[in-house]
Write a protein that binds this ligand. Structure first.
Ligand SMILES: *Cc1c(COP(=O)(O)O)cnc(C)c1O
Length: 453
């Protein structure tokens, strides 16, 4: 039998982990945790230790791990057809899911373009938006506007519209030029306004940019309500409402990257619902299969689609397609996800949990090194600071967040942080008492790391 020790040695010998400085494991007690099984909101390692999956395995899981209903559909679909190309061929799961997504998103959405993950869904959106203008005879509209500290994926097109240095800086010579506007980061307001009492003054900068350069701008891409990878930075829905108006006024497409936020995280199916707006194109991935297997979709309207629809000789085909476009197993799981969400009233049942999370977050305000506590729907975030008065952050290299993560792990919760931000994004099926437990573990871990040393 291979011992746990040997599995870890093999892992470190063969596997290059994502977003990970592999040298950190050298000579350290801390090694990758080998997860053997999952059930509901819990993950179990090979020693039988049980952890609350507080970050939904990187924001994907919504209905719990190894969900019996999803498992059933997954295996049943594999018995029928596991994969088939989606050009000149189709299958019932892809058709049914596309119809359901369009109906769920409502007017004016009408078309679903499948791909594999969040990054590809964004690539599709960017290319679709550019080709749209190109085919309207406006090829000069070639710039994308995005926010500082935005995150839209790790492929080069999505990195181009991204704004986080650690993901982007090295690749600056390779990415295409984009236009950046200051993100609405309310805790460190770019306009020095008091949180919660402003008129969204930060949006004026966008208006100035649009006014000056709208003839060259194809689209603005945003993460709705929460800038996830930036550290769960949150901004009010009215910002999106105002942005939609500006995009209309200056004839600029609005691309809504709902990869992390869709399917319940914010308390609604789609985050744009909070703002009462409809984007021109939106991207979904992560939670579309309840976090089960990779699948993504870029969803748009006839306004966009019709500019591609022409005789073959007109050369307006959208030449984009991935090997696993619209994979039947993934589509079947996604259909079942939507069915469970409807039948088990997942969204309706979230509302008391959102209130519970709010109550549980209050205790963090008193901690000496907690600068900001914020929440959007089922996402809660705690920003730790070295100095509460000056908001001075902990230095990046100190890895304060990672220390909290290790402490919480010992106590049964997975809270993989972003820099100095500890956040909760549990599977939506979490119960109130489990929210209490998860936040308590985090509270104690933050206190231990920031106050006892
Ligand atoms: C995770 C994420 C992506 C990238 O998705 P992948 O599936 O990791 O490629 C894109 N946009 C947002 C907002 C995300 O959170």
């Amino acid at each position: 039998m291979i011992t746990k020790q040997e599995w870890i040695e093999k892992d470190l010998k063969y596997v290059w982990h994502p977003d990970t400085q592999m040298k950190q494991y050298e000579g350290s007690d801390f090694k990758p945790v080998i997860i053997e099984k999952g059930e509901g909101i819990y993950l179990y390692d090979t020693d039988g230790n049980k952890y609350i999956d507080g970050v939904s395995s990187w924001w994907v899981n919504t209905l719990g791990h190894s969900n019996p209903k999803l498992n059933k559909v997954l295996t049943e679909q594999a018995q029928k057809i596991e994969h088939v190309l989606l050009a000149d061929f189709t299958h019932k799961p892809a058709i049914e899911l596309a119809q359901k997504l369009v109906e769920l998103a409502g007017e004016p959405f009408s078309k679903v373009f499948y791909s594999d993950d969040g990054s590809t869904a964004v690539e599709v959106a960017l290319k679709m938006a550019y080709q749209y203008w190109y085919q309207k005879g406006r090829a000069e509209k070639r710039y994308f506007v995005s926010m500082t500290d935005s995150y839209h994926g790790d492929t080069l097109g999505s990195v181009s519209v991204g704004g986080i240095d650690i993901y982007k800086k090295i690749f600056n010579p390779l990415v295409f030029e984009t236009l950046k506007v200051c993100a609405p980061y309310c805790y460190r307001c770019p306009k020095n306004k008091q949180q919660g009492c402003c008129n969204i003054e930060c949006i004026c900068e966008i208006e100035e940019l649009f006014k000056e350069r709208h003839n060259e701008i194809a689209a603005m891409i945003v993460e709705p309500l929460v800038q996830g990878a930036a550290g769960m930075r949150m901004y009010p829905a009215q910002y999106l409402t105002r942005l939609r108006k500006l995009c209309d006024k200056y004839d600029i497409l609005l691309i809504d990257d709902e990869v992390a936020m869709a399917f319940g995280r914010t308390g609604k199916y789609f985050a744009f619902e909070h703002a009462g707006i409809k984007p021109d194109i939106f991207c979904v991935a992560k939670g579309i299969t309840a976090g089960y297997i990779p699948l993504a979709a870029t969803i748009t309207t006839d306004k966009i689609y019709n500019t591609f629809y022409d005789d073959f000789s007109a050369l307006k085909t959208f030449y984009h397609g991935h090997s696993f476009t619209g994979n039947p197993i993934a589509c079947a799981v996604a259909i079942e996800n939507l069915k469970i969400m409807r039948e088990e009233k997942i969204i309706e049942n979230l509302q008391p949990k959102i209130i519970k999370l709010k109550q549980c977050l209050e205790q963090f305000e008193n901690l000496k090194h907690v600068g900001d506590v914020r929440q959007t729907g089922m996402i809660g975030a705690i920003e730790m600071v070295k100095d509460k008065n000056t908001k001075e952050p902990y230095p990046f290299v100190e890895r304060t967040g990672h220390k909290v993560f290790k402490e919480a792990l010992k106590n049964g919760a997975i809270l993989r942080p972003i820099g100095n931000v500890i956040y909760f994004m549990p599977p939506l099926i979490i119960k109130n008492e489990e929210i209490e437990k998860l936040t308590k573990i985090a509270y104690n871990a933050i206190k231990t790391v920031t106050e006892m040393n």
